[in-house]
Design a protein around this ligand. Sequence first.
Ligand SMILES: Cc1ncc(COP(=O)(O)O)c(C=O)c1O
Length: 394
Amino acid sequence: MRDTTEMSSIAARQVPLLDLRAQHARIRDEVLAAIVRVVDAQKFILGEEVQRLEQELAPYCGAEYAVGCASGTDALTLALMALGIGPGDEVLTVPFTFFATAGTVARMGARPVFVDIEPATFQMDMTLVERALDAHPAVHAIIPVHLFGACADMNPLLEIAAQRGIPVIEDAAQSIGSEYQGRRAGSMGLMGCFSFFPSKNLGAYGDAGMVTTNDPEIAARLRSLRVHGESTQYVHEQVGMNSRLDALQAAVLRVKFRYLDQWSARRQENASAYRGLLAHFAVPVTVGETAAYQSRHIYNQFVIRCPDRDRLKQHLERHGIGCAIYYPIPLHLQKCFADLGYEAGDLPVSERAAAEVLALPVNPEVSAEDIEYVCQTIAAFYADRRIPIGQLCR
Ligand SMILES: Cc1ncc(COP(=O)(O)O)c(C=O)c1O
């Protein structure tokens, strides 16, 4: 352990939240070769690269079928379209998530209905689902979000959903390879939706996404919906959209997929180093809990709850440490959802999380020294403020 004198000499250290350039430098030759392969073939839309990616990722996600598409947002949109969700329907989800989870519901003309999250894990609170469904008989789909790289508590949800015949769409955008009691994210609901946004554990060089399913009919519907609802060329049995995954992204993803487990393992090591050091420094922050049901956490984000969050964020940034708030405004309080009728105080656990969370750098490029520096910088912030340890963020 370094002493504080030594720490002051490394105060100029930079620890970015995400370091894609460093990641790219390690795989540059392989990625460029893959890009050249596609460019030389001049086949840019769907085709063999996309098919191979789908064949590689489906078993990884524990699913029979994978359907590539243009983004995680489109994955959710396609999933909702495949179920025929539209005006008059409601869809149950959480407000503490990225906007697309509920934005796609609204874009289909349906109405998002929100249930709160568990305070310790930030995941959908399954004890609230039954009551919400009783109050909203028009709910025709449920979207649990596997937030930050860990799974939501799926068994109780799947049981309630099965009893009522409501399909479950897993928003697994942040959680490729994450496991719930040994089952992979995206393999448990009727469909799983993934994002390959560059900041994800498996990130494209642009936008890309994928839907998984074990249902052959749904898979066929999704394949048709992503190409304007075509069954055979120029024959349209339904109205779909243009959400084709392009071959360049698929080729890059196939290279990066070879490293995915290694990178996720590094994130796990970094997360446990944080847990150890934050406890060592006895700072008044709490780390998002890993529940027993979350048998594999892939740490797309490492999130703490902290008092005086906004000033801590500024302090860390002044010391060269990248950090971010996921998510500062819960979706039920977004202006665009004002007509849903929610008010501040309606979903207090999400609202409190929005005020307290901070994501720290956990990406595979972060070193043990970086983590020590981050934790020492957090400790220095609270030492200055003399915030009593153990009295906040319970
Ligand atoms: C939970 C969640 N859902 C959906 C999405 C949408 O994915 P994309 O950005 O690829 O459209 C994201 C991505 O940021 C996400 O984190």
